[in-house]
Design a protein around this ligand. Structure first.
Ligand code: MLT
Length: 340
């Protein structure tokens, strides 16, 4: 078992200790409204399957989890607002799409912060880091992260040509999520990116409004982007991470047993996603190639140029004492990891 798994198992075990442990719990009949802008075959689908299973089984059907997938409740930025208004109780989204409401979440989107998945696991397993991040997210957005998702690298796809160098990227119309960090990163790479809600991307690619986008292999599979995209370039500027968020005002009103069950189910859902992410990503890469996409793995020396440019934007984002402290904490956790 990897180190992060042990820590995460401890986190889940902690969450399992409901205040009335050992006593049969009864739950008030209620419905939890859950949403994701992604399809059932995404990592968001995995999270909500697990969350629903645990909550419904353990409450013996008293609590029903109604899951809306595929963007039927709107895009990810809208989902954050719906949580704040309690129109939704729980939602999962790419961390970048949380940053307009909770700028502190930029800490997980700092380009080239992580150089492998294990580092993200270590940072997001650290109780101190999780708590500080959660406290700030609650304060800034009125939503509370109860879990974090970790996927693959956000690689660039496009319909025009292989991208092997920064020069190849120039002139392409690339969609990014409407978040300041991604816009700044692509401007640093020398192009003006197109910010767009996630739910509009497939259509925009089909219509040729944009040439490409950037996301992990699993998203490529989920959307069958190979039907409209020919080229994929693996770069490592940002690892896909996502938040499992609840409405904080709703969460605070829950009775202690229900709150403990929701916490436990969200953490278990996180762990379910973490345990399959690497394999799922490898499989999605295989399918991407089998379905005819040409994959370029960027040359490490060339990527140093991308890295230098993207790291240049850190100073424009790490401007508050809170974000500075949290990014220093993340860097310290990474630095303390055993070298491979
Ligand atoms: C995005 O590009 O907006 C997100 O990565 C979509 C997602 O949540 O998977």
């Amino acid at each position: 078992m990897k180190n992060w798994s042990l820590i995460a198992v401890a986190l889940v075990a902690g969450a399992m200790l409901a205040p009335s442990d050992g006593v049969a719990q009864t739950y008030k009949k209620q419905t939890i409204m859950a949403a994701s802008a992604n399809a059932p075959n995404s990592n968001h689908g995995t999270v909500f399957n697990e969350f629903k299973r645990i909550v419904e089984e353990e409450s013996k059907g008293a609590i029903t989890v109604k899951v809306f997938l595929g963007g039927t409740m709107g895009d990810e930025v809208a989902n954050v607002k719906q949580l704040r208004n309690e129109e939704l109780h729980i939602a999962s989204l790419f961390t970048g799409n949380l940053t307009p409401s909770a700028p502190i979440a930029n800490v997980l989107c700092l380009p080239y912060l992580f150089t492998n998945m294990d580092q993200a696991h270590a940072v997001l397993s650290d109780e101190g880091f999780r708590k500080t991040l959660a406290d700030h997210v609650v304060k800034e957005s009125g939503t509370r992260p109860l879990g974090w998702m970790i996927g693959g690298w956000r690689s660039i796809t496009n319909s025009k040509k292989p991208i092997k160098t920064l020069e190849d990227l120039q002139g392409l119309k690339i969609r990014v999520s409407p978040t300041a960090m991604q816009l700044a990163a692509f401007r640093a790479f020398g192009i003006e990116p197109h910010p767009m809600a996630w739910s509009e991307v497939l259509n925009a690619l089909q219509q040729g409004v944009i040439d490409g986008q950037e996301n992990m292999y699993l998203t490529n599979e989920e959307q069958k982007f190979w039907e409209v995209q020919k080229y994929m370039t693996e770069i490592h500027y940002m690892l896909w991470t996502g938040a499992i968020l609840v409405s904080d005002s709703w969460y605070k009103k829950l009775d202690p047993d229900t709150r403990a069950l929701v916490e436990k189910a969200a953490l278990a859902a996180q762990m379910r996603e973490w345990s399959s992410a690497e394999q799922v990503e490898a499989n999605a890469k295989k399918l991407t190639i089998e379905n005819g996409m040409e994959v370029t793995i960027i040359d490490p020396q060339e990527e140093e140029r991308w890295k230098e440019k993207a790291r240049g934007i850190w100073k424009d984002f790490v401007t508050t004492p809170e974000l500075k402290a949290l990014s220093d904490q993340a860097l310290a956790i990474i630095a303390a990891m055993p070298k491979k």
